[in-house]
Ligand binder design. Structure first.
Ligand code: SF4
Length: 327
């Protein structure tokens, strides 16, 4: 076991990242090894990213009414979850939400819409206008999560001042068909490749606790490594009543810590942002996510579930001796 700890530390500090088999071992560590694991991951995070933590915030700019059937998602077409459903909100509402997020400590603001694509050019231009105003008037960098954007649409949004494109792969290629039957994994991979090729900062990760195995978790981590994504959002299932995964509880706080740690060690120099499902799954271990390797978190509410007040996250970061970081 000593050789294992030495190897994962060296492979991570070298910037290469650990192997698939070591990633699997990380996910299977017994609870009594938690502090030993954090003893490796915390210096790796600090080596590459220092003690600054990113706070992102989102607006759900178009809710529900999605054509896709992602099993975990309350906005999916088969979902009976009681969530707000509305078409794309006004430019003014998007900008106002960004102002509010900035006042609460966010350093990056993401405009998120349900569905696999923008409905038409008019919608895209509305988002483009908001992106430009959020950068120029509010002073926040912007990200969008608008489904699978074409290369042309990515180029348009970048020309309006957009910094990041978010598009999750959600899970491994092997498990994906058990989670979604309405589109192919390769469509998501293509969207990520196109965003990278267009020069966007690409934020791409997944959701854990939806029935995937440890092998699926490692497979996703390795696919993200192949794609050289810049930032990895990590979501933990919060099983919303009315979705196919209602009632599913596979994650423990320690497993969430191991998933974050595994991603940090596979992607030593990338951003790892802990997003939805953090409060309900990590519970009182939330603060340990930074020792496990997270370099950021999402503040405020998620798409259809509530987060805790952003002020509490800002306080947690300061209480830990960490600081808020600009991008
Ligand atoms: S995850 Fe996205 S694409 Fe899938 S059902 Fe939800 S909103 Fe639609």
């Amino acid at each position: 076991m000593e050789a294992f700890w030495k190897r994962i530390r060296e492979d991570a500090i070298s910037g290469e990242g650990i192997s698939s088999s070591d990633a699997l071992t990380v996910l299977r560590l017994p609870r009594e090894k938690m502090w030993r694991l954090l003893d490796v991951t915390e210096p790796v995070r600090r080596h590459f990213k220092g003690d600054g933590i990113r706070l992102c915030s989102i607006v759900n700019a178009k809710s529900g009414l999605c054509s896709e059937d992602c099993s975990f998602c309350s906005q999916s077409r088969g979902s009976k979850a009681e969530i707000p459903k509305y078409p794309l909100i006004d430019e003014e509402e998007i900008v106002a939400a960004a102002r509010d997020a900035k006042a609460r400590g966010a350093r990056e603001f993401s405009i998120v819409t349900s569905g696999m694509a923008m409905r038409n050019r008019k919608e895209l231009v509305r988002v483009g206008n908001a992106v430009e105003r959020i950068r120029d008037e509010v002073g926040l960098e912007t990200c969008v999560s608008l489904g699978t954007l074409s290369a042309e649409n990515v180029a348009y949004l970048l020309s309006r001042g957009l910094r990041s494109i978010h598009h999750n792969l959600e899970t491994s290629r092997s498990f994906f068909p058990s989670m979604c039957t309405t589109h192919e994994y390769e469509e998501d991979v293509r969207a990520v490749r196109e965003a990278k090729a267009a020069g966007a900062w690409v934020c791409c990760g997944g959701i854990f606790g939806i029935g995937e195995t440890d092998e699926d978790r490692v497979e996703l981590a390795m696919t993200l490594r192949e794609l050289a994504v810049d930032s990895i959002p990590v979501n933990f299932l919060n099983p919303v009543p009315g979705t196919p995964l209602e009632g599913r509880r596979e994650l423990t706080p320690f497993l969430c810590i191991k998933i974050i740690a595994m991603l940090r060690l596979c992607h030593p120099a990338r951003e790892i942002i802990v997003c939805g499902g953090r409060e309900v799954n990590l519970r009182d271990l939330q603060a340990l996510m930074f020792a496990a390797g997270a370099t950021g978190t999402m503040a405020g509410n998620y798409l259809t579930t509530s987060g805790r007040p952003a002020e509490e996250d800002v306080r947690m970061i300061r209480d830990l001796g960490l600081s808020l970081r600009e991008l």
